[in-house]
Every structure is written in structure tokens, then in C-alpha cells.
Design a protein around this ligand. Sequence first.
Ligand code: AMP
Length: 396
Amino acid sequence: MKTLKDLEVDGKRVFIRCDFNVPKDEFGNITDDRRIRSALQTIRYCIDRDCKIILASHYERPEPGKYEEKFSLIPVAKRLHSLLKIKRDIFMAEDVIGSDAQAKAEALGAGDVLLLENLRYEAGETANDESFAKQLADFADIYINDAFGACHRKHASIYAITKFFDAEHKAAGFLMAKEVNFFSKVLQNPVRPFVAVVGGSKVSGKLQALTNLITKVDKVIIGGGMAFTFLKAQGHEVGNSLVEDDLLEEANNIVKKAKALGVKFYLPVDVVAAAEFSENTTVKFLPVQEIPKGWMGLDIGPASSRLFREALNDAQTIMWNGPMGVYEMDRYSKGSMAMSNNIAQTHATTIVGGGDTADVVQRAGDAEEMTFISTGGGASLKLIEGDLLPGIEALK
Ligand code: AMP
């Protein structure tokens, strides 16, 4: 895969597709600017080479054609400006391909940065529309994709746009190259023991990833809602816990496959259970054998955290995707926090994927301790599943 460094970019007009889809709180403040910080290397490289830089990103899911303020990239432009620590302004376009964007792009000087408005204000973006992609392509001489988090989607600014640039004029940005190299290196040639920690809500969302991981790892640790499908498949009463009944057989197949391959498989041995999906209710710490009818497991219990810590002790590589419980509620966040602490304390190479998991690590104060935190949840899952990402294929 070509990267920005392989191209002649000096003084050129460069279109950089970024992933600035950052979380905000109820007041519109950006709560985690990791995705903006991660794009700085690519942007700075272009500023230092006197490029005229056009940045583009999607933000959440606005209704196309409706310019609602809450979906605007203006707060991103402000944060980007303060993170870049440059004196000159960052220009913010009022539209995506309209007259304001055109005029501002036209007026760019050497080293200037323009941010287009939310790509998804235009219906052509998610439709992978070629004429919209052509209009985006017309902004620049060079196309750089640094939006790892959006690379699993065939959208106009990721996929259709690449048609309009030949091999000497398109490449991956530095963030993208780092993400892809990290995952492929670890998946192809991990230092062993290699342990996968998989959690989150459902088995269905990660079935393919689990099936592929089983063939590569030495141990699998399962937590979160998905553990209950495995536990029920093994004959446990799981009450009202999250279960996918249509996947019980599939869950057993995964366990059988793990056994056949000599992969150690760990499930929670105890849970934090509640009678309702709420923080304001009685909770019980119970062995998985004792979940009463009508109750639901919302976090792994302390014995599971200790067991998982033991299983992680000798790991040399750990890949973690998915929280151990409903970490958004304080009462059910301890299992995920303990997992974050346990992983951070190992001497292993540690890779964290998924927005929720990155959030857990951040809240646990372990972000600095992890080797690598991926900026793309869905995209990193696709890589783990062994899939090709359209955005990366289109650059080849
Ligand atoms: P995913 O998007 O599949 O990685 O799932 C993340 C979500 O799983 C988080 O929002 C958690 O609240 C949720 N989750 C984790 N454990 C449980 C559980 N035991 N029951 C219900 N939801 C859970």
C-alpha cells in the first residue's frame, strides 16, 4: 500500500479524507478528540510541504440536504486548530461541494487548510455516487485516505473518488498505514501466547471475528452480553440475560473448534446480576450456576476478573474488543475497568479495538499503557474477520 510519503505532494492541492466522527456530550463539547489528534501527522506533513489542503469527513448520520447545526464540523475545525498549534486560521466551508466550498478552496494559499462540511449532508456520499465523488475529486491533485474508521464502507469519498486519481496521485495517510500495518502484523505473526479478549453485546456482531480469531490465538476470553449465549449453550440457566437463541449451536461449534485446535476458552464464572436493566435496583454477585429466573447478568463478577487476570498473565500479545459488561452504568462497569487494568499491567503488546472499548480504557486511565488503540471499531473488526476493506482495496 502506497503512503503519503511515496507521492510527490509539494505545493499540490491535497484532498485528505479523515474520520472526524468524534463523540460529543449533550452540550456539544467534544469528549474524546483521539480521532482528530490521530490525523495530525498527515495534516502537518502536508502543511510543511506547502500543500493546499482540503479536509473532508462525515459526522454521524444527518438527513441529507438538511444542514442541522448538531451535525456540523465547526467544533472539529476549532479543535483541530488548537491541536495543530498554528497561527493561521483553518478555513471552514459552509457546504460540501457548493459555492462556498469552491470559493474557499480556490482561495487557498500554500500551507492553508480548508475543512469541508459534513460529507453526509450530501446524499451522494453514502450512495457512493460517482458524480458527487467527481466533484470532490475536482478539489485536488492528490487524494489521501486517512479515515481508517470509515474504510469498511463503500462511500463516495472513500471508494468512488479513487477512480479519478491514478496510482501516482492517491495513497494512504499515516494513520491509515499505522492501523493496517498493526493489525496485519499482529494477526499474521503474533508473538505468543496470543490472547483475544472479546466482549460487547451480542455474539452475532462478532461471530465472524471469533471464528477467524480462533484459528490464530492461543486463548480466548469471553465477557459481556455475548457470554450468556455461550453459557446457555452449555446448559446454564441465564434468566433474562442477553441471549441469542438462534446462535446456541454456533456458540457450541466455536467452543468445539477451540478445543480441537488446542485453544483455551474462558467464560465468566460469576456475574453481577440485577432484576432489571437499571442502576437503581438490587444487584447480586452470583456464580453463573445460580442466576435466578427473571434476573439478568450485566457485568462479569470479581471471580471472573481474577480468573481472566490469571489467563492473561503469560500473554505476549493481547487483542481486546468489547466491554465486559454494561460499562455505561457505573454499577456494571467494574468488570470492564478491571479488564482494562489487567491488560495494561501485562508486559504484552496490547491492541484495543472498538469505540466502546477505547472509551473503557480511557475512563480506566489506561490509555497510555496500551500499545495501540485503534480509531476504527467496525473497520478493525473487519480486519480481524479477515475481510478486505473497500477503502484500502481502492488505493491499490
Ligand atoms: P458491542 O457494540 O457489541 O461491542 O457492544 C457494546 C455494548 O455491549 C455496550 O453498550 C454494553 O453496554 C453492552 N453490554 C456489555 N455487556 C452486556 C450485558 N451483560 N448485557 C447487555 N449489554 C451488555
